[in-house]
Write a protein that binds this ligand. Sequence first.
Ligand code: HEM
Length: 400
Amino acid sequence: MSDTEHTGTCPRRRPLPLHRVVTGEPGPPVPARLPDGSPAWLVSRHRDVRHVLSDARFRRSQLYAPDAPALSAVPDLVNNPDLMFNQDGEDHLRLRATLRRAFTPRAVARWQPWITEIVEQCLDSLEHHDPPVDIVAAYTLPLPVMVISRLMGLDDEVRSKLRHWSEHAFSDGSHDGQEVESVLAEFAEFGAGLLSRRRREPGDDLISSVVRAADEEGGIPEAQLVQLVCGLVVGGHDSTMTMLGNSLLYLLGERPECWARLGADESAAEALAERMLHLVPLGDDRGTARHAAEDVEVGGVLIPAGSVVLADCFLANRDPELFPAGPFDDLFAPLEGPGLAFGAGPHYCLGAWLARLELRLGLHRLAARFPGLRLAEPMDEVSWRLGTTSRSPMRLTVTW
Ligand code: HEM
């Protein structure tokens, strides 16, 4: 494997920064393999990926039928059959409706003042450090943790456990199956407790509004609500932390000339955040999985009923049909077409507007307050937090 090829799901050598991972050109659907060797199809052209993610004949729940091949070597949160992401049709809609109003662009825009306060608070405490400083511990982790904690009304004791749960929820292969299962059971217990506390004493937080909406709707299995809470706690901070860390590595390591404009102009920061999301994948996963409920033709190829299909958003985001060559050239230019960083179709990321806002403010305000920020270690020596779902620097030493 050459240094420009992707590191695979279980990297044995020092992994490449995700922005340097290259996996070839998108093309028609081709046969592929799941981690356990079972057959699958890989789709990679932009229009084919959108088709698979949007067409109701491609589903998630069947991926967890008793005779289905395992999608990951050890259990993890993403592959919990009760997770909202793993529901289809009416079951999925009913669950998603409990959150629909919370995450609209307008609702998220109303959060901007307190999210800005949290950003400034994190920057104030960063200023009190003597450089060099680990920017992950000091900024890219606390910022999204404080945002999701405020949204969900989580106290300090819970906050201290978030990373422990997340590191097991998005398995990186360093914990055995039994250990992951026991930590995820403890995490689910926390989710169940939080739901019942909010039922007894509702507040104006996100979980109280989920409980209200679910109880009005009726009939939603409690196990699904518990996994919804766990998914939000983890997905609500881990992906944003990952994107912040990987974007900083790229910007400070490869494009320091962009730093001044990023700090000077918030709308330029908005465009840059969008491009980072588009170009730097969250992790090493090559393709989000779906199950074909019937025979479906995709891009001129017949995908037989029962197939597992992997939709590669990373390659699709580089499809030259929509995105011309040199996508990293102008980081402040608007995207040429609809990106797939947040997926597409019924499972389109619910937190997309929140993540965009955190990334935009988080990068813009950091560049404004620390115009001389730079890496204090060579990019090739960065130690990585591994994981297929999300991967980012474990520590990133910076100075100013
Ligand atoms: C940079 C940050 C983020 C990225 C790149 C991201 C990416 C994604 C993607 C690609 C999907 C769809 C997966 C698929 O269809 O296979 C997804 C789904 C989801 N995301 Fe995000 N996400 C981010 C942040 C967030 C945040 C902050 C939240 C919540 C506060 C969140 C909540 C969700 C939920 C609940 C789903 C499942 C939706 C459903 O099944 O209907 N995400 N995300």
